[in-house]
Design a protein around this ligand. Sequence first.
Ligand SMILES: *[C@@H]1O[C@H](CO)[C@@H](O)[C@H](O)[C@H]1NC(C)=O
Ligand SMILES: *[C@@H]1O[C@H](CO)[C@@H](O)[C@H](O)[C@H]1NC(C)=O
Ligand SMILES: *[C@@H]1O[C@H](CO)[C@@H](O)[C@H](O)[C@H]1NC(C)=O
Ligand SMILES: *[C@@H]1O[C@H](CO)[C@@H](O)[C@H](O)[C@H]1NC(C)=O
Ligand SMILES: *[C@@H]1O[C@H](CO)[C@@H](O)[C@H](O)[C@H]1NC(C)=O
Length: 380
Amino acid sequence: MLLSFYLHIVLLISFTIFSFVAVSFIQRIRTENNLSSLTPSASVHDAQIELHSVANGTNKSPSNASVARIDESNLRENIFGSPKAKNPILDRLTFINPPNTVCIYPNNMENYMIFIVLSRAFNFDFRQAIRGTWGRSEKYKGYNTTIKTIFFVGIDDSVQSAVRLEQARFNDVIEIAIPESYAFVAHKELASLLWTRLYCPLARILFRADDDILMDTFLLLNFIKDDLNLNVKDGLYGWFRFNNTVHRGDRWAVTKMEYKPNTYPPYTFGVGYLFSNFSCQRLVNAANQPNHQIVRIGDAYITGILRDLAEIPFYDFKDLKFSYTFYNPIPCDEYFMNNPQLLICMSKLHTGMRDDPLEFYDVWDAILTKYEKSLSDIFD
Ligand SMILES: *[C@@H]1O[C@H](CO)[C@@H](O)[C@H](O)[C@H]1NC(C)=O
Ligand SMILES: *[C@@H]1O[C@H](CO)[C@@H](O)[C@H](O)[C@H]1NC(C)=O
Ligand SMILES: *[C@@H]1O[C@H](CO)[C@@H](O)[C@H](O)[C@H]1NC(C)=O
Ligand SMILES: *[C@@H]1O[C@H](CO)[C@@H](O)[C@H](O)[C@H]1NC(C)=O
Ligand SMILES: *[C@@H]1O[C@H](CO)[C@@H](O)[C@H](O)[C@H]1NC(C)=O
């Protein structure tokens, strides 16, 4: 008798929990539908993407529904000097989600830095790890610098609605209307520069990074504070390589039609390089020539060919180092502990092996330990 009483109570509780879960599930589906119907009806080819605007530098909160609407063609006309670019490729590099609330200028623009992170659409976990570790969008007190990390992803139909939700939540993901494929990395990289030029032209310092690197952000901030003066030595900072042969017959093959010379101009790894907003302007302008062709090899193209065309000088990161550890049993957190000048470590995450992104957190903890920092010392 007593047993069946308890049994009823248990059943009642289970039913209540079940109903609650079912109702919240249905509500979530409704919200998601609303969100996806909010995203522009614009197709990939629609150049007239309408945007809620911070167009000319007024800092409006993204949640302000009454902000003026402008369309991107005005911004494009401003930077190209005419409604159409001289190079039609640039007209075809477009952005899907309203991206213009992403760049919100702080009061001190001299020290506003954007991390331009090229990411694959389905790398949600990497992006989330970066937000919590080396790419924290914050004001770094001791360095008088504000960092904003912006992720650039391509189109992958299978995850697009999740990317929209992610953008709605974090306001830091730009969708470029280009399929997510290795063949288009150079286009994607150029598009990220174009976006920055259109929507965040006043950010003084730009740092381009991949989403699968591990980085000591404080070392970069120290370099900027102690060794960098863009007003005196403006250029592209990286780890330059010379006289690299243009491959004609392998996976990275580039035909003579695409690029005639047998060697590339000096170029640096795409994993991490630093430049100014003026260099960004010059790179975009260099691409905007009628017969300019994009060469598929992303880093050789942007930091070599385009940089050379734009006549942007190149400099090595003074003493900063990078390292690969994929053939090596030493994990990146140990590398960081033992190498004070190590800026970037690429673990097997970088070879496309999709381990759990725990490594981001381990490395960040090691770096905080190295500097004996706690988060409250770093951020306001
Ligand atoms: C922003 O743009 C609008 C229209 O283009 C213009 O009227 C306004 O003066 C601009 N505001 C600033 C702060 O430049
Ligand atoms: C929203 O924008 C309007 C007009 O630009 C402005 O008057 C208002 O103060 C803004 N509200 C918020 C919460 O930013
Ligand atoms: C931060 O940088 C700005 C612009 O370079 C400068 O005016 C200001 O004095 C700096 N503040 C500190 C605390 O260094
Ligand atoms: C670069 O940023 C600085 C500081 O915000 C600004 O004064 C300058 O006009 C910008 N340059 C370009 C080319 O946008
Ligand atoms: C690259 O090649 C050029 C011409 O062949 C040569 O003058 C130069 O020294 C080379 N640079 C390096 C760093 O090897």
